[in-house]
Design a protein around this ligand. Structure first.
Ligand code: SF4
Length: 254
C-alpha cells in the first residue's frame, strides 16, 4: 500500500522530479513523427485535431510515468472539480484548437457544449467583465481574486462535475495534482499542497509547433482559421478568449 505523504515529503519529491535525468523531448517528438508519418491523405484539419489531442495526452502519459517511478498516487478523482474554479490561462491558438476539436464531435455532444457555453456567457456576463480588469501579468494576487469569483469553468458540467471538453482540456487542468490531502482543495482558496507539472507545457507546445510548421507548408493558416504565430502569443483567460472567438469568427456550431 502506498504511504500517505506529508507536505514535507512532497517538497522532497518535487526536488527529485526537478532533478530527474530524463529526455522529455523524445516522447513528444515521437508523437509528432507518428502523426506526420500517418498524415498522408488526411485533411489538414484532421491532422491538427489529432495532434492537439495526442500531444496533450502525452502530457498525462509523462505524469503517469513520474508517478510510477516515484510511487505517487494522485488523490484527484473524477467528480472532484475544485481546480475547475481556478483561472485557466491559455493562448488564442489553444482556444481555436479546442473549438476545432469540439466542432468535429458528434452532433448531440456538440449541441450540449454549445448550449452550456452560450448560457454561461450570458449568465456570467458581469463576472466576465470584472475578469477583464484582473491582470494576471501584473497582479500577484490575481489567482486569489479569481477564485473569489466562485466561477466554474465554462466547460464544467455542473450536474456531473465532469469536463465537457475532457480530451482537449488545457495544460493547467492536467498538470495540477494533489498527492497529500484531498480536503485542502475543498477547504482552501489557494492550497499549497498540490503540485504542478507545468514544465511539461513547453514540450507539448514544441510538438504542436512542429506539426503546424508542416501544415503551413501545404496550406495557409488563414485558410484553416488561425493566425500563426500571432494566435500562439495571444494569452488570456479561457472564457474571455472563447467569448471573443465566438463573437468574431464564424464558428460552425450547427
Ligand atoms: S477545461 Fe475542463 S478540466 Fe479544465 S478547468 Fe475547465 S472543466 Fe475543468
Amino acid at each position: 500500500m502506498k504511504r500517505q505523504l506529508t507536505y514535507e515529503d512532497m517538497k522532497n519529491i518535487v526536488g527529485q522530479i526537478n532533478q530527474r535525468n530524463y529526455d522529455y523531448d523524445e516522447p513528444f517528438l515521437n508523437v509528432v513523427d507518428e502523426i506526420l508519418d500517418n498524415s498522408e491523405g488526411k485533411h489538414v484539419q484532421t491532422v491538427l485535431n489529432e495532434s492537439f489531442e495526442k500531444l496533450l495526452s502525452q502530457v498525462n502519459t509523462e505524469i503517469e510515468q513520474v508517478e510510477k517511478e516515484m510511487e505517487l498516487s494522485s488523490l484527484c478523482r473524477v467528480g472532484c472539480a475544485h481546480c475547475c474554479y481556478f483561472p485557466i490561462i491559455v493562448t488564442r491558438l489553444e482556444v481555436k484548437l479546442m473549438l476545432f476539436y469540439i466542432n468535429q464531435l458528434p452532433k448531440d455532444r456538440k449541441q450540449v457544449i454549445k448550449n452550456q457555453v452560450e448560457e454561461y456567457l450570458h449568465q456570467h456576463e458581469a463576472t466576465l467583465s470584472d475578469m477583464k480588469k484582473l491582470d494576471f501579468e501584473k497582479d500577484q494576487n490575481f489567482k486569489r481574486k479569481y477564485k473569489e469569483f466562485h466561477l466554474p469553468c465554462i466547460f464544467l458540467n455542473r450536474e456531473t462535475n465532469k469536463c465537457m471538453a475532457y480530451e482537449v482540456r488545457p495544460i493547467p487542468c492536467r498538470t495540477y495534482v494533489n498527492y497529500v490531502d484531498a480536503d485542502v482543495c475543498a477547504n482552501e482558496l489557494l492550497p499549497k499542497e498540490p503540485i504542478s507539472y507545468e514544465f511539461l507545457h513547453r514540450f507539448y507546445v514544441e510538438g504542436m509547433d512542429e506539426v503546424i510548421q508542416e501544415i503551413l507548408e501545404v496550406v495557409e493558416d488563414k485558410e484553416i482559421g488561425f493566425s500563426y504565430p500571432d494566435d500562439a502569443a495571444d494569452v488570456n483567460y479561457l472564457p474571455l478568449l472563447l467569448q471573443e472567438e465566438l463573437q468574431t469568427t464564424n464558428v460552425d456550431w450547427d
